[in-house]
Each structure stands twice: as structure tokens, then as C-alpha cells.
Design a protein around this ligand. Structure first.
Ligand SMILES: [Zn+2]
Ligand SMILES: [Zn+2]
Length: 235
């Protein structure tokens, strides 16, 4: 209820006065709280690996994916995980700021549109563990995914997948340990009506988490799983 009221108020304010740029405070444009200069400076991701979105000099497949193909069919990312995206993502994660979800969601939707990322039948956020969700009280992946879905008119599937166990933090683990840590982490109810789903994530690093979810989705009957990430961090 409160969120609905907030959204209406935001829309009204954006109509009456151009929103301020989230990054520098200058006037934004009518559609987004971002000014032209800051927008031009964003670290858009250029050529990358088709399977894991790792930046490459040409769009092809990286050595790592050639040696061991990831479970997803394709991976796309909008940005390098670099300033100011790191700041926006941190704000999204811990600040609980709905405006940031709207901004980052709009940018991810724009990247998908401009890059002609193949259109899935549904988008799916990486589910947070319930305990983590309760602690934070806010699921940034879900809010981001809903914004992308709204802008591209793609339905969001988030109820049929749960995080099954509380996994240890991934940082500091080697790739094989990461995969083991995540085995059985997601519980997906059958999704037989869907052939093509894209997982939406804020930052893709090694791809172990989205890979585990992609595997679970494929087991649940989804033929093709892609990954759409807002940012791609270096490994
Ligand atoms: Zn600005
Ligand atoms: Zn790759």
C-alpha cells in the first residue's frame, strides 16, 4: 500500500519537476533521474563472452567457457561493475531505495532493448534466502526484476523458486567449492509451460550462483535459460 502511494507520488513529482540526477544532483531528464553527462559516462559493457558476459576484445566465447560450458544458454550484462555502478548497486542492496531500483531497472531494460537480447517468456530474480530477506526486509533482485519486466512487458516469475538452504558466503571460495556450496540451493517447482527464461541479477561475478539457478530451472523443465545482469564484475 505504502509502496503504491510512493510510486504515485514519484510519478507526480517527476511530471511537475524534472527529477534530479541521482549521481550529481543536476536536473535529470523527464524519464530518468540521471543527467545527460552522467549517463554518457556510464561504464557500458562492450564486447563480451556470449556465455558468461566476461569482457573480451571481440564478442565470442572466453577460454574458461570453452573449457567448461556454463549451464546457461547465454549471458548478457549492461555494465562493467565499476564506478558509479558499484555505488548504485550498494545503495540498491542496503539502502532499500526504490528510486535506485527504478533507475537501474530502466538502464538494464535499455541495454536489453539496444543490444537486442533475445526476449524470454519470463524473467526470474535470483531468490534471496528467507532469513536474509527477513534481515534486510527488502529484496533488491526482485524489485530490479519487476522494473525490467514492467518496462519490457515481460512477466516476472518469482513464486516458483525458493532458496532451499542457507549457503555459506561465496567470497573466498574457489570455483569448484562455489559450485559445491550451491548444489541443491534452489528449489524450483515445475515450469513446463516455459521454454525460455532469463535470470536477472544485479552483479554477476563468477556466475556460480546464476549457474546453480540455471541448472535448477533446466531440471524443472525450462529448455533455455539466459542470464541478464546489470553489471559484470571481474573474476
Ligand atoms: Zn548527473
Ligand atoms: Zn565465458
Amino acid at each position: 500500500m505504502r509502496r503504491k502511494v510512493d510510486e504515485k507520488l514519484d510519478a507526480l513529482l517527476a511530471f511537475v519537476l524534472p527529477p534530479q540526477c541521482t549521481l550529481c544532483g543536476a536536473d535529470g531528464d523527464r524519464r530518468l533521474p540521471l543527467c545527460t553527462d552522467c549517463r554518457a559516462d556510464l561504464p557500458w559493457l562492450g564486447h563480451a563472452c556470449r556465455l558468461c558476459a566476461e569482457p573480451l576484445p571481440l564478442s565470442s566465447v572466453c577460454g574458461r567457457c570453452l573449457r567448461r560450458a556454463p549451464p546457461q544458454h547465454a549471458a548478457h550484462a549492461a555494465f562493467h561493475y565499476a564506478p558509479p555502478l558499484d555505488r548504485l548497486v550498494q545503495g540498491l542492496k542496503f539502502g532499500g531505495r526504490l528510486g535506485l531500483a527504478r533507475l537501474t531497472g530502466a538502464l538494464l531494460a535499455e541495454a536489453a532493448r539496444n543490444g537486442q537480447w533475445p526476449r524470454p517468456q519470463a524473467l526470474m530474480p535470483v531468490p534471496l534466502h528467507d532469513a536474509r530477506l527477513r534481515q534486510r526486509g527488502y529484496d533488491q533482485a526482485q524489485v530490479l526484476t519487476r522494473e525490467v519486466g514492467r518496462r519490457l512487458s515481460i512477466p516476472v516469475e518469482s513464486h516458483r523458486c525458493r532458496r532451499q538452504r542457507h549457503t555459506a558466503p561465496q567470497s573466498g571460495l574457489a570455483p569448484a567449492q562455489r559450485r559445491r556450496n550451491l548444489r541443491g540451493a534452489f528449489d524450483v517447482s515445475p515450469l513446463l509451460a516455459l521454454d525460455h527464461v532469463a535470470i536477472v541479477d544485479d552483479v554477476m561475478t563468477t556466475g556460480a550462483t546464476v549457474g546453480a539457478l540455471a541448472t535448477a530451472l533446466k531440471r524443472a523443465g525450462v529448455a533455455r535459460v539466459d542470464v541478464w545482469a546489470l553489471c559484470r564484475a571481474g573474476r
